[in-house]
Design a protein around this ligand. Structure first.
Ligand SMILES: Cc1ncc(COP(=O)(O)O)c(C=O)c1O
Length: 507
């Protein structure tokens, strides 16, 4: 056996002095126990060393001697000692036999229950990063489970073409190539990125080529990579107010200083943002269908924002989360089409297909691609290829476009039915904001109605409405409810609106 760890002459002398001081430990082996003999021996020595019953430098019996004493074969003793050597619990010196490693300190653990107790005897939460503590104290509303009535941004999962999808998954799983099993491209699978670039060019007017597309694990991941790449601690970022709470948290957790900017019928108020903080590093916006209010950013505001970005050397982070569902007029092109050098475009398959895919993409200005690659490599290195290959075929074979067309019709009809039911059943005091896109709408309430309490009551009645005020950065926000209609069950729509009406009347 070899000597482990650094050796000095004093240590060797101390070991030499201990020569002859070994003892036979009181090990009670269980020949019929579940653990093999070598494991029982290993466990006994490891515990004795950790607990300080065997002290650093203390000599232990030879394998031959211990095997004879315990009346077992020498092999399990050798195996146990080898493991203890390998892990650094034992060492051996020429002429000094085998000893407990001299460098092992005493384990001075204090029971967690004692450390985490306040003077008054209460248990303290574990120590966390300061930012994390604040994040926990300001929770983001949890996403309702599929099928929850009025859950916002829930697609209709029942309509998903399972047959086609599962045969594509099977095809790719069966013919998986070894090239798809190693470390892959930090940006994602080339075939998938080509399919995305084609789709974005045709459907969203996005200017890009596949080399600018980075496949990510949903928009949330894309926002984190973006924040990590572009922002330093304390950098100001314009945030729509009301806005998407998860985006807010992503930037805030990355150290950004959030600057709330009001949203009106034309989207983010760019002039107000410039007045408040002209030198922001970035602006986060949902121009196609503002979350949660549903408005589309006007051409004037788009131009103002783009001009600001180029003069202030700022970045525009465009979250185009469900632009596919526009029910009237022509599709509105992405803002990226105005300014492909200033916009980081964030897209997701969560709404248009299903959230559990966890696949989205970024369209990155060419000058930033290298930096984004470094940031991404530092996070999860690269995206898993299998579902990217499946999705590439799903898009290329036309299933994606077909699904979008079907869902657009379905959501349009569900939206109409929800609006009609709300108009008939709901209290006359509420105002339905009637935008013609997306998968949710907002019902505005009188300011004296506590929408959080209403949300709680609705939840108790089995509904999953989101209070509008939870989307504001500071209280008091406007009071209202966000009602998703993408995944609603039309058969229970009326009765669910009645439940909502009852909850409202009880306030
Ligand atoms: C504004 C906005 N962006 C993005 C998303 C989707 O996020 P992800 O792709 O992380 O599922 C949502 C979902 O509710 C959203 O409301």
């Amino acid at each position: 056996m070899t000597t482990l760890g650094p050796i000095d002459m004093t240590t060797i002398a101390r070991h030499a002095r201990r020569k002859g001081s070994s003892f036979f430990p009181p090990i009670a082996l269980d020949a019929h126990g579940a653990a093999p003999i070598y494991r029982q021996l290993y466990d006994w020595f490891q515990k004795a060393i950790v607990e300080g019953r065997l002290r650093p430098g203390q000599r232990i019996p030879s394998t031959r001697g211990l095997a004879a004493e315990l009346k077992v074969s020498r092999i399990p003793v050798l195996t146990a000692y080898e493991q203890l050597f390998a892990e650094g619990y034992l060492e051996t010196f020429k002429g000094a036999g085998t000893t407990v490693a001299a460098s092992i300190p005493r384990l001075e653990t204090v029971p967690a229950s004692r450390i985490n107790r306040t003077a008054s005897g209460q248990t303290r939460p574990p120590r966390l990063a300061r930012r994390m503590k604040l994040a926990i104290a300001t929770p983001v509303a949890s996403v309702p489970p599929p099928g929850a009535a009025f859950g916002s941004c829930q697609p209709s999962l029942k309509e998903f073409p399972f047959q086609i999808w599962s045969s594509l998954v099977a095809r790719h799983a069966r013919h998986m190539k070894t090239t798809s099993m190693g470390y892959g491209d930090v940006m994602g699978q080339p075939s998938f990125r080509e399919a995305i670039a084609e789709y974005l060019g045709a459907a969203r007017g996005v200017h890009c080529d596949p080399s600018q597309i980075m496949v990510v694990a949903g928009s949330q991941h894309g926002l984190q990579i973006t924040a990590r790449t572009l922002l330093d601690e304390g950098d100001p970022v314009w945030m729509e107010n009301p806005g998407y709470p998860r985006a807010r948290r992503a930037f805030w957790m990355a150290g950004a200083k959030l600057v709330p900017v009001p949203v009106d019928r034309e989207g983010l108020d760019v002039e107000a943002a410039i007045r408040r903080c002209p030198h922001a590093r970035a602006a986060y916006i949902t121009p196609s269908h503002q979350f949660p209010m549903g408005v589309t950013m006007s051409a004037t505001r788009r131009m103002q924002l783009t001009n600001w970005a180029s003069h202030a050397d700022g970045w525009i982070i465009e979250d185009d989360y469900n632009s596919e569902f526009r029910f009237a007029g022509h599709p509105v092109a992405a803002l990226q089409a105005f300014s492909d050098e200033r916009v980081i475009y964030v897209g997701t398959f969560s709404k248009v297909l299903f959230p559990a895919l966890r696949i989205g993409y970024l369209v990155i200005p060419k000058a930033l691609v290298k930096a984004f690659c470094v940031a991404r490599d530092n996070m999860d290195i690269f995206p898993a290829p299998l579902l990217q290959e499946v999705l590439a075929d799903f898009i290329r074979e036309g299933h994606f476009a077909r699904h979008i067309r079907r869902m657009r019709m379905l959501y349009s009809s569900r939206r109409q039915k929800l609006i009609s039911a709300l108009r008939v059943i709901l209290d006359a005091r509420v105002e339905i904001t009637d935008t013609d896109a997306g998968m949710h709408l907002v019902v505005l309430l009188p300011q004296d109605v506590d929408d959080v309490e209403l949300g709680r009551r609705a939840e108790a009645a089995g509904l999953a409405v989101t209070p509008l005020s939870s989307c504001y950065m500071r209280a008091p926000g406007r009071k209202g409810l966000i009602l998703g209609y993408g995944g609603i069950d039309e058969r229970t729509l009326e009765s669910n609106v009645k439940k909502l009406s009852r909850a409202l009347r009880m306030l």
